[in-house]
Design a binder for this molecule. Structure first.
Ligand SMILES: C[S@@+](CC[C@H](N)C(=O)[O-])C[C@H]1O[C@@H](n2cnc3c(N)ncnc32)[C@H](O)[C@@H]1O
Length: 258
């Protein structure tokens, strides 16, 4: 059964302002794009199935590098935001939009892709049972040797733990760490969020080969408005090169191969 994620419809119009255009959002997306550049320096993926495309920033990026993109999201309002960006770009011919629910993934045709990509927590919108179903779907939708690259929020994260503790909200943090699920506010809306560690993804996508995992960023986006943002960024820049585990991340990237 699908999960009610209508909060993303409410959040769609302000999503770029609240996340994509912030210092924290831009820093994290840049690190994801750097990884894509490094990984596909010899051969950029010809076709990309993008899950939870949101407002379409990554779809346009893939298109600008020459991919054909099938950009999908559950939220019609997010898809409208992507459509609006496409109208003002040269990408309209290379990006197709369609609704796809990660909780019950289905596509009208059985086309295979070279990369399945999910950025910034779409995978956190489904529970472990639904994640298993998604793994099967991804396996069927990829060419042999095709890639899955997902950016995900783990159960345990350094700055969220510290911040919740400082705010006297340790209970919230415990719920995230122990039950793996929280109702999280997104602008004026609330969305159900399920936290998955890299090991959960590896175990669930057992038919895939593990390629890489690393921390994309340490700062939750709610710290953007903090007057100590520069200090936090300094700590993040210091820690990122030395942290070997993804478990302290705000978002980590995981790369799997069929
Ligand atoms: C945090 S946003 C990330 C958007 C985009 N990938 C980006 O990089 O900015 C999460 C996205 O997941 C979508 N989403 C939530 N639940 C979903 C589901 N069950 N199936 C597909 N997309 C879903 C939301 O509509 C939203 O666009």
């Amino acid at each position: 059964m699908s999960i009610d994620q209508s909060g993303f419809d409410t959040a769609a119009a302000s999503y770029d302002e609240q996340f994509s255009h912030t210092n924290i959002g831009q820093f994290q997306r840049e690190r994801v794009w750097q990884y894509l550049d490094k990984t596909f320096s010899k051969a950029w993926p010809q076709t990309v199935l993008e899950l939870n495309c949101g407002t379409g920033i990554d779809a346009l990026h893939f298109s600008s590098r020459g991919s054909r993109v099938l950009a999908t999201d559950l939220s019609q309002e997010m898809l409208k935001e992507t459509q609006a960006k496409l109208l003002h770009s040269n990408a309209a011919d290379s990006v197709t939009l369609t609704q796809l629910d990660l909780a019950d993934p289905q596509l009208p045709n059985a086309e295979c892709h070279h990369l399945i990509f999910s950025n910034f927590g779409g995978i956190n919108c489904i529970n472990v049972t639904q994640l298993r179903k998604l793994a099967e779907f991804c396996f069927h939708c990829l060419h042999p040797g095709g890639h899955c690259i997902f950016v995900v929020m783990p159960q345990n994260t350094l700055f969220d733990r510290w911040y919740r503790f400082a705010q006297g909200q340790s209970e919230v943090y415990k719920q995230r760490a122990e039950k793996h699920q929280l109702e999280v506010s997104l602008g004026d809306a609330t969305v159900s969020t399920y936290y998955h560690n890299a090991s959960d993804i590896i175990n669930t996508f057992e038919q895939f080969e593990f390629v890489d995992a690393f921390t994309v960023g340490l700062l939750p986006s709610y710290l953007e408005s903090s007057r100590f943002l520069k200090v936090y960024q300094g700590i993040e820049r210091f820690l990122l090169p030395i942290l070997k585990s993804t478990k302290y991340s705000d978002h980590f990237l995981i790369h799997l191969k069929k």
